[in-house]
Design a protein around this ligand. Structure first.
Ligand code: ADP
Length: 476
């Protein structure tokens, strides 16, 4: 497994390596460039100095006697030797008039050895002695020639060498200072990038800690500030805040569910307890009627448990749909036959507008959806009619096909308040609690229908003009 390092260290390292490599390349380029420039300048200087030597020695020629001034030649010539120029002066007949080696051989060898040693040791330049001849002339004609011997292709004097070393030292020092500075800047930049991420991670941990207490106690609403200067970090904070809100909502629903279940169980249990205790104490006779009422409560409890079980399996388990092809119109016609007596009893007319519509779905589960919608329509309609319709949505496709079908249950009942509409598919949600207890509903039927439709990838929706009936629509 590769080592895990902190974001700050990784960024610092990346910046430092990048800046270090850039500086190294820059230093090398500058070094090469200054060396080359300096060498070119020195070559030029050597040429100019040689010309100056020729001019100075040429000035020692006396055309009157046709000779060079010997005394001056010696003192000036030895001065040039110290600078690294070994001079030989010849007359017009090519006879040596004065030469530095004959004058002080030891001095000439010492100077040249020092220069060669400096150039080889410090600059790895292995050169050789080079001789350049210059003619000396006066107005009347040629006075002779001057040979100048130097270390070539070029050489640095002691002063120049010292200057070059200090320049290189300066460059190295500046490079080192910039490197140290850039490492400091890298660490600063890396921590300024990493800090908000570390802060966000800390806040995410606080959210997790706040929710780790489960459903017990009040959950503190921990939020992360969305005021970073980086867009992506603000998006990250926003997503974490959304997640926190969803967790809170989930926990709120879980608590609500527990209290709803307790509430639903309390009433039938209290009724049963009261009846049975009264019968045991001999207050009431255990008549058939009373026992029947107890039985009804037990059935209601059994139905509730069964519905909850079904809903849990639909919402939490990956239910396997046993899909087969069938005609929805046929199924609805069958159901309308079953609901007809109940509707008739309440004086409600059943209107059927059914087009044949084949779908591939789980027959029994879809039947459950339509039963729930149908029983609600009958339950919440006092008088008037229930119109049941179904039509294929992709009628244009050539047969044989199984496609999309829209089913609707439109009743002329009391309708649903606009405020209740978005929540009626939630578990235990009832728009009118008292009315429902009388009619026996626990508020689970629509949640079951919605879960089944969702498992099929379909849609379920409700519309209602308050007081003007409701329409439930299923697209499957
Ligand atoms: P219940 O068992 O209470 O009927 P449902 O989940 O089936 O539970 O319905 C939830 C709530 O939606 C009902 O309590 C009722 O207030 C409202 N509702 C459902 N169907 C209709 C309808 N056809 N007309 C008016 N209100 C309805």
């Amino acid at each position: 497994m590769s080592a895990v390092i902190s974001l700050k260290n990784r960024l610092s390292l990346t910046y430092a390596v990048f800046i270090g490599l850039t500086l190294l390349a820059l230093t090398l380029i500058i070094n090469r460039f200054t060396d080359a420039m300096f060498a070119a300048l020195i070559r030029e200087n050597i040429g100019e100095r040689s010309a100056e030597i020729v001019r100075t020695i040429g000035g020692l020629y006396d055309p009157g006697i046709g000779e060079f001034d010997q005394t001056s030649l010696e003192s000036i010539g030895m001065h040039f030797v110290h600078e690294g120029y070994i001079v030989t002066v010849k007359d017009a007949g090519d006879n040596i008039v004065w030469d530095a080696r004959s004058c002080d051989m030891q001095q000439c060898v010492m100077v040249m050895d020092t220069i060669a040693g400096r150039m080889e040791d410090q600059y790895r330049l292995k050169g050789a002695l080079q001789i350049q001849s210059y003619p000396v002339s006066y107005l009347g004609g040629a006075a002779g020639t001057i040979d100048i011997e130097t270390y070539g292709p070029f050489f640095y004097s002691e002063t120049e060498s010292r200057f070059l070393s200090s320049l290189n030292r300066l460059l190295f020092g500046a490079g080192l200072a910039i490197t140290l500075l850039s490492v400091a800047v890298s660490i600063f930049l890396a921590s300024s990038v990493a800090r908000p991420i570390v802060r966000t991670a800390g806040a995410a941990r606080s959210i997790a800690r706040a929710h780790s207490g489960g459903i017990y106690g009040e959950i503190p609403a921990v939020r992360i500030g969305e005021n970073y200067k980086t867009k992506e970090l603000n998006e990250l904070a926003r997503s974490l805040n959304d997640l926190a809100m969803e967790l809170e909502e989930g926990e709120r629903r879980q608590k609500q569910l527990s209290s709803d279940i307790a509430h639903e169980l309390r009433t039938p249990l209290a009724c049963l307890q009261g009846n049975i205790e009264a019968m045991i104490d001999g207050v009431w006779e255990p008549t058939a009627e009373r026992l029947e009422s107890c039985h009804e409560e037990i059935l209601r409890l059994a139905r509730l448990v069964e519905d909850l079980n079904l809903l849990t399996s639909l919402e939490w388990e990956n239910i396997v749909l046993e899909k087969k092809e069938f005609d929805i119109a046929k199924l609805l016609r069958l159901l309308s036959g079953q609901f007809l007596p109940a509707a008739r009893e309440k004086g409600i007319a059943l209107v059927l507008d059914l087009e044949s519509c084949r779908v591939t779905a789980d027959y029994n589960r879809m039947k459950q959806v339509f039963i729930n919608l149908f029983s609600n329509a009958v339950k919440y309609t006092r008088a008037g009619s229930i119109t049941l319709s179904c039509r294929p949505l992709d009628a244009g496709r050539p047969p044989p096909h199984t496609g999309t079908c829209e089913v609707s249950f439109a009743d002329t009942g009391a309708g649903i308040d606009a405020a209740d509409l978005p929540r009626i598919f939630e578990r235990f949600y009832r728009s009118d609690k008292s009315r429902n207890r009388q009619s026996g509903g626990a508020g689970i039927g629509l949640a079951i229908a919605a879960a089944i439709v969702k498992a099929h990838g379909g849609e379920i929706s409700a519309e209602s003009g308050n007081g003007g009936g409701s329409v439930f629509r299923v697209v499957i």
